[in-house]
Design a protein around this ligand. Structure first.
Ligand code: 5AD
Ligand code: SF4
Length: 471
């Protein structure tokens, strides 16, 4: 078996892939009736959605889900590689599972997701974590029934990890966690190779799903009463470029917007591929939610260049302003990394300056984490962790102030909210506004999960808003 090789991945050319239809092996259907599984998911929405497929695959071969890992016959960790702490969490959990397995010899332990695509992790599992029964990569998800069967039958450690992405698989079963909001993959992988990022290696080349497969999935979701779809991809804006001459993200968004689905979201968008057509379509259709995640990573041109981001502070701001101008009431959120190798105080101040210009509605902020095999891992880094932590804290203070300032402007306004449930605060419902704000609200009459209701905002907090349902 060939293990994933990061050097080779970087040299890859456009790949040739085909779409294949998934079929469950009839012999394995319900084979494991009575067995119980527990799945722990780390990381992003992609992983969450993969876990929805994994859950359905396990159910089809007879497993039942349990909510405590100590009750399970099979424990599966769907892992994330994006930063070191994600790694550490998964290895910490493996430590706990090792102890559990001492008392429970038949326990089956599996590891999948992005960490499974890293050769160094596989080496470590084979050497020091022999109690792990099987490992499968992000490209091997559909083989799970066979892998489990083999691992149980042979009692040998199974490692099934394609070093390169394979074909795109349609028709995988899915058990969705939410009955009203659904994730829909539109593109897999990433070809951007930002120098700090492990994703292009763990998730492979950009591969778009065929438009007819996406539209069919959305039709089915509408039939099942779904109110919101989130189109998923590491970079959704690259949609279609590998498949079609003239059918890209703007066209796909427009086709979906013409359908009878109340809410459409999409994530994540690299600023590089954000076309005018997309902006126009987002502005035009009321069922495309006015909320855009536009990761900037840094406000310093020097650092952006070292990150390989392909834009400058100026061109980012140009795009930012165009979106703000065209899409009425849009909220924009972002991701920011501090402490990239070589980032100086001046570079950091450029980032603060950009944040002061953009006044984001939400921001996910991180300290740079060196990922083995990525170009940034080899860059010289003289900044101490203490300085980086200090920058993160200063940045967080600034972004948090803007969250509150923006939310305060919503006091007295009425927002449409998709109800998700009853909040821990007594007698309050919660849900998200069109602009992706978390809203807690009271209601004199009964509301149901899945309703879209109007909520008048009474008071704003940094991360949420309180209000009451109005007509
Ligand atoms: N270190 C810190 N943050 C990272 N991200 C991606 N890779 C790294 C890394 N090596 C952040 C980026 C990205 C988000 C999903 O995670 O901000 O947009
Ligand atoms: Fe990573 Fe996103 Fe850059 Fe792709 S575009 S390499 S997923 S940060």
């Amino acid at each position: 078996m060939k293990l994933p090789n990061l050097e080779e991945a970087r040299k890859r050319n456009k790949i040739d892939y085909k779409t294949i239809d998934f079929k469950i092996d009839e012999k394995l259907k319900n084979k494991f009736n009575g067995k119980k599984f527990f799945i722990k998911t780390y990381g992003c929405q992609m992983n969450e959605h993969d876990s929805e497929n994994i859950e359905a695959l396990l159910t089809s071969i007879g497993f039942k889900k349990v909510s405590k890992y100590t009750d399970a016959d099979l424990v599966l960790l769907n892992t994330c590689s994006i930063r070191e702490n994600a790694h550490n969490k998964a290895f910490g959990m493996l430590g706990r599972l090792k102890h559990l397995k001492m008392d429970k010899k038949d326990l089956i332990i599996g590891l999948c997701g992005c960490m499974a695509q890293e050769a160094s992790v596989i080496d470590e599992i084979m050497k020091d974590y022999k109690f792990v029964n099987f490992v499968f990569g992000t490209h091997n998800l559909y083989q799970l029934p066979e892998i489990i069967d083999e691992a149980i039958r042979t009692n040998k450690q199974q490692i099934e990890v394609f070093s390169r992405e394979g074909d795109l698989v349609e028709g995988l079963p899915v058990i969705r966690t939410n009955n009203y909001k659904a994730y829909v993959n539109i593109i897999y992988g990433c070809d951007k190779f930002c120098t700090y990022c492990i994703v292009p290696y763990t998730r492979g080349s950009e591969r778009s799903r065929r438009r007819e497969d996406i539209l069919k999935e959305i039709d089915e979701l509408i039939k099942d009463g779904y109110k919101e779809v989130t189109l998923l991809g590491q970079n959704v804006n690259a949609y279609g470029k590998d498949l079609y001459e003239d059918y890209h993200m703007g066209e796909l968004l427009e086709d979906i917007a013409k359908k009878d689905i109340p809410r459409i979201r999409f994530m994540t968008s690299h600023p590089w591929d954000f076309t005018d057509k997309m902006i126009e379509v987002i502005g035009k259709y009321p069922n495309i939610m006015p909320s855009v995640h536009l990761p900037v990573q840094s406000g310093s041109d020097r650092i952006l260049k070292l990150m390989g981001r392909r834009y400058t502070k100026e061109s980012y701001l140009e795009l930012f302003n165009k979106i703000k101008k065209t899409v009425k009431g849009v909220t924009i959120s972002t991701d920011i990394i501090v402490g990239f190798p070589g980032e100086t105080e001046e570079d950091f101040l450029e980032t603060l300056d950009l944040v002061n210009t953009c006044k984001y509605d939400n921001a996910f902020t991180f300290i740079f984490s060196a990922r083995k095999g990525t170009p940034a891992d080899k860059l010289k880094d003289n900044t101490t962790l203490k300085e980086k932590e200090d920058r993160l804290q200063r940045l967080n203070e600034v972004v948090n102030n803007y969250f509150l300032e923006n939310n305060k402007k919503l006091e007295g306004k009425t927002l449409p909210v998709l109800v998700e449930g009853v909040s821990s605060k007594k007698n309050m419902y919660y849900g998200y506004s069109d602009t992706n704000k978390l809203i807690n609200f009271t209601s004199k009459d009964k509301v149901s999960v899945g309703d879209i209701v109007n909520v008048k905002i009474n008071s704003a907090k940094t991360w949420s808003l309180d209000g009451e349902k109005v007509k």
